[in-house]
Design a protein around this ligand. Structure first.
Ligand code: URA
Ligand code: SF4
Length: 213
C-alpha cells in the first residue's frame, strides 16, 4: 500500500472541547500510523480542573491493554514518588505526549519503542487541547519525549530538571521537567535508586508547591 501522508491529529480534535468530549473523539484519531497496531487509545486520567498536570511519553503494554495511563510498572514508581512528595494522586491530571502504544513485536512480547519526533508532533494537538481545557497551573514533563511536546523544543532533562520554566504559550502557567519514572525502573535494587527516586520526588514537590501557590 502506498504511504499516505498524514496531517497529524488536527482534523480529529474538536475545537474548544472539554476533556470528556476530547476523550471520546480520540478513539477515532488516525493522525499517525500508531493507532493501527495498538489495542486502543489511552487518553488521560484525573480531574479536568486539576492545578497539576503530569505528561508521560506514551502508554506501555499494560496501559494499552487497560486503556488507562500509568497503570503498569512505571505507574507504580510514579505513584510512590507522588506519595513521597505529599501529592494526592486523585488531584492530578495524568496524560501522555503520544496516545497510542508504539512497540516492536518480538515473538509474543511487545517491546516498547520510543516515539519519533513525527509521532510527538502528530499527537500534539491532543495535548494542546487538554492544556486548553484543564488550564493547569503547572505541567510536569516526565522525560525527554514529554518535555519536547510540552516545551516545543529538544530538552536535556539532566540540565533543566526541577526548575520552574515558563510555559511556551503566553499564559501564566509553569513547566517542570523531570526524569521519566521508567528510567528509575532500571535502577531498582541498585546503587543510584535512592538518589534518583528522591530527585523525582523533589521535582514533583516543586511542581505541586507552585501549583498550590
Ligand atoms: N509510561 C508512560 O510514559 N506513560 C504511561 O502511561 C505508562 C508508562
Ligand atoms: Fe492520533 Fe496520537 Fe494515536 Fe497518532 S498516536 S493516531 S496522533 S492519538
Amino acid at each position: 500500500m502506498a504511504e499516505v501522508a498524514r496531517p497529524g491529529a488536527e482534523q480529529w480534535v474538536p475545537g474548544g472541547a472539554d476533556i470528556a468530549t476530547l476523550r471520546d473523539a480520540a478513539d477515532a484519531c488516525r493522525g499517525c500510523e500508531l493507532w493501527a497496531d495498538a489495542t486502543q487509545v489511552v487518553f488521560s486520567e484525573g480531574p479536568d480542573d486539576a492545578a497539576l498536570m503530569l505528561v508521560g511519553e506514551q502508554p506501555g503494554d499494560r496501559e494499552d491493554r487497560e486503556g488507562e495511563p500509568f497503570v503498569g510498572p512505571a505507574g507504580r514508581v510514579l505513584a510512590d514518588a507522588l506519595a513521597a512528595a505529599g501529592v494526592d494522586p486523585e488531584q492530578v491530571y495524568v496524560t501522555n505526549a503520544v496516545k497510542h502504544f508504539r512497540f516492536e513485536q518480538r515473538g509474543k512480547r511487545r517491546l516498547h519503542k520510543t516515539p519519533d519526533v513525527a509521532h510527538i508532533r502528530a499527537c500534539l494537538p491532543w495535548l494542546q487541547a487538554e492544556v486548553a481545557a484543564v488550564r493547569p497551573r503547572v505541567v510536569v514533563a516526565l522525560g525527554a519525549t514529554a518535555a519536547r511536546a510540552v516545551l516545543g523544543r529538544a530538552v536535556r532533562v539532566g540540565a533543566e530538571r526541577g526548575q520552574l520554566l515558563p510555559a511556551p504559550d503566553d499564559g501564566d502557567g509553569a513547566v517542570v521537567v523531570t526524569t521519566h519514572p521508567s528510567a528509575l525502573l532500571r535502577l531498582r535494587d541498585r546503587d543510584g535508586w535512592d538518589e534518583a527516586f528522591d530527585a523525582l520526588a523533589a521535582d514533583l514537590r516543586t511542581a505541586a508547591r507552585a501549583a498550590a501557590a
